[in-house]
Ligand binder design. Sequence first.
Ligand code: HEM
Length: 124
Amino acid sequence: MSDKSLYERLGGYDGISEFANNLLPRLQADDQLGRFWKNRGEDGIDREKQLLIDFLCANAGGPVYYTGRDMKLSHKGMEISESDWEVFFGHAGATMETLAVPQQECDDIVAFVSGLKEDIVESK
Ligand code: HEM
């Protein structure tokens, strides 16, 4: 294990932005998940992507202040299911593979995101 923060190990702000830039279009293009982004304005989607980047940077130990809402509040009412969650994880894995994120960092991302499940998934 390295002493460096996950933020540093992921390549800092640029590395995490690249992660979000790679992941979001996959989610939007997915047959099952696409509904969550359907008919939303481009600027709203850009704003949400910025918040995702800030959230990840801040939680990975970066010098960023997250100004968005917490995970429970921001996903409440979307009825994100267990199956949606699995599909999401498949895309996150594909993004990590495409960006050649090393195994330790993949494990750290998976552990962090898994801990958010209870706040995000609300229907079976
Ligand atoms: C199946 C999984 C997920 C789906 C379908 C999903 C979908 C969405 C959608 C549609 C929004 C926009 C809400 C709005 O504009 O009001 C949103 C916001 C957000 N999501 Fe997710 N999300 C998922 C998982 C995650 C995960 C795992 C994270 C964190 C790693 C995350 C972080 C965020 C953040 C930071 C916001 C912005 C919060 C704010 O507007 O204040 N989401 N999500």
